[in-house]
Design a protein around this ligand. Structure first.
Ligand code: AMP
Ligand code: MG
Length: 403
């Protein structure tokens, strides 16, 4: 039997994860259900956008040449509204049409003047143009998109503007990847739900809530279980239940070297581990493998670590499972405004606040970087990507990923 990869580098961990993505089927959902979903096909526009030349202003449409010597009087021959079915009369020399935003441009007209640059006589029969006409107030057919053009590609994570664009392109329904149902199981005798009266040695359980939010944010479905005590028998029951009910499992806690790190132990004895421990800080303990055929990430118990490991390992795995789609990594290049602790062998992911006020992006630590300190993550804009061997000294540059 091949040995389990142990203490892998970050690129090695990614390679293992990306080589065995979760097979996610596709489905069609209504546009109302599309927000935060991941497209499973390229979407071609069904129409030109704009569909026809139209006015971007409420005002008057006329022949540009007629406006070259303001102030000029033109005869108002019609009113054109958005959505009108009437065929408008062509605009001849010396004529103008009152026009509303979004209304089609009558033949012959090639310039617009907004209403505030015009004066209409009392009889509503002539308009005085106070300035030259503006050609750029005509939105040209197809200037945004032409029919057949792919505007949203497979893998696009649908945000509010892309949902609007789906509608603009004429899609009442959209093809998307099915959401993975991801079970979340915290482990630890000391954990109690927030709101419970705590005994001396107990703490509020936070990871399952944070991880469930990360799952939803990444476009999938979270199934949060109550935490399980440190008992192999209990853990086995809960893991079996999660494997039955979910497509994939996240555990938190119990993956380090300790006597009570039972997730690691049970996965070693009864699961199928693909790697254990990764050279990243914080968050070196995680494991990835299968429990009863379902992918399982054993995330660290320390809250900041479990969050960071989700960002660094689970997100790329989900991305691989949706054809490269979903949450994308957004990298920036920052200068360290103060020294941070780096490491010879580990990729170091410090929580940083980025000062964007100057010519260069300056990175400041968000304070105590303990792996249990969630507050330092809340304060952070980004995580450094301090490569192994980086000095971490003030004034040096490094990549960072935006949170
Ligand atoms: P473990 O990995 O189980 O050794 O846990 C590491 C640290 O994280 C310990 O201080 C735990 O009390 C804490 N911890 C583990 N799980 C959670 C959780 N779900 N919520 C909050 N803290 C946790
Ligand atoms: Mg524990």
């Amino acid at each position: 039997m091949p040995e389990t990869p142990y203490f892998v580098s970050y690129p090695e961990a990614l390679e293992i994860l990306e080589s065995q993505p979760l097979p996610l089927p596709t489905e069609v959902v209504s546009l109302d259900e599309g927000f935060n979903r991941i497209l499973s096909k390229d979407l071609e526009s069904k129409v030109d956008d704009p569909r026809f030349d139209n006015s971007s202003m409420d005002g008057f449409a006329f022949r540009y040449e007629d406006s070259l010597q303001p102030q000029t009087h033109l005869a108002i021959i019609q009113t054109v509204q958005a959505g009108t079915n009437q065929i408008s009369k062509p605009i001849e020399k010396g004529q103008a049409a009152r026009i509303m935003t979004g209304a089609p441009i009558p033949d012959g007209a090639d310039a617009i003047l907004p209403i505030e640059c015009c004066k209409v006589d009392e009889k509503n029969s002539t308009v005085l143009l106070l300035e030259q006409g503006k050609k750029h107030f005509i939105r040209k057919q197809g200037e945004n998109l032409s029919k057949g053009q792919v505007a949203l590609s497979k893998g696009a994570h649908l945000n509010p503007s892309s949902i609007g664009l789906c509608a603009t392109m004429g899609y009442p329904e959209i093809p998307v990847f099915q959401q993975a149902t991801i079970g979340i199981l915290s482990t630890g005798d000391e954990l109690q739900l927030p709101g419970t009266k705590l005994k001396e040695s107990e703490i509020f359980e936070s990871n399952s809530f944070g991880l469930a939010s990360l799952v939803k944010w990444s476009g999938h479905k979270a199934k949060r279980y109550d935490s399980v005590v440190d008992s192999l028998a209990e853990l086995r029951i809960k893991l079996d239940k999660a494997a039955e009910e979910c497509d994939m499992i996240l555990t938190s806690g119990g993956v380090s070297m300790g006597e009570w790190d039972l997730v690691r132990k049970i996965m070693e004895d009864e699961g199928d581990i693909k790697f254990w421990r990764v050279k990243i800080r914080p968050g070196s303990p995680p494991l990835f493998g299968y429990w009863k055929g379902k992918p399982l990430f054993g995330l660290p118990g320390n809250p900041a670590s479990s969050h960071v490991v989700f960002r660094m390992l689970v997100i790329p795995y989900l991305r691989a499972s949706t054809g490269g789609g979903g949450i994308q990594e957004r990298r920036i290049r920052v200068m360290l405004a103060e020294s941070v602790k780096s490491d010879e062998n580990f990729l170091v992911l410090r929580r940083i606040k980025v000062d964007t006020s100057g010519d260069q992006l300056l990175a400041y630590s968000t304070g105590h970087q303990g792996s249990g300190n969630l507050n330092s993550l809340v304060l952070a804009d980004a995580l450094t990507l301090l490569e192994p061997g980086h000095s971490g000294e003030k004034g040096t540059w490094c990549n960072a990923i935006l949170l």
